[in-house]
Ligand binder design. Sequence first.
Ligand code: TQI
Ligand code: CA
Ligand code: ZN
Ligand code: ZN
Length: 172
Amino acid sequence: LYSYFPGSPSWPRSKKSLTYAITDTRATAIDRATLSRVFARAFAQWSAATTLNFTEVSSGRDADITIGFYAGDHGDGEAFDGPLGTLAHAFSPTDGRFHLDAAEAWVAGGDVSRASSDVAVDLESVAVHEIGHLLGLGHSSEPGAIMYPTITSRTRKVDLASDDVVGIQSLY
Ligand code: TQI
Ligand code: CA
Ligand code: ZN
Ligand code: ZN
């Protein structure tokens, strides 16, 4: 079963178009075009299940959601920890911050099951999960759900389960 954050915060029900910006990529070697493509695919999972739509904008000043890669302590009290452990974190609505650990062996676009690193993590899979948090979903007790709080390295899991869909459709 899905869950929400305490108080069930969401983006305003009247606001159907949310914007996002990929603002801080200095700490990652992944190129910009690849990042745009992977995050667009991750947002598309959620727009397909709701009446929400998501548009990438170039400036973080105009964006509801900002996405960045950071290493270690990056000023928000939730330091990253090197390979594995915490991979990423996102804040509940309507904060909009989505941070990724620059130290992960991210696989963006390729086949993570064939990655050479045994700590390789699929970026799109983590992005789909974190966008769920950005939109207001907490964790699910359903092992097949995107919002289930376990991810296996070298594994791709990007399709919403019916539990995720029911949860997000009840919020928006
Ligand atoms: N990051 C945690 C997560 O996104 C951060 C976190 C812990 C959190 N408790 C929370 C965020 C409660 C919001 C609300 O769950 S993580 C997974 C999963 C992480 C974990 O790096 O551990 C995924 C990132 F679900 F597999 F465990 C992505 Cl997919
Ligand atoms: Ca980490
Ligand atoms: Zn952070
Ligand atoms: Zn989570």
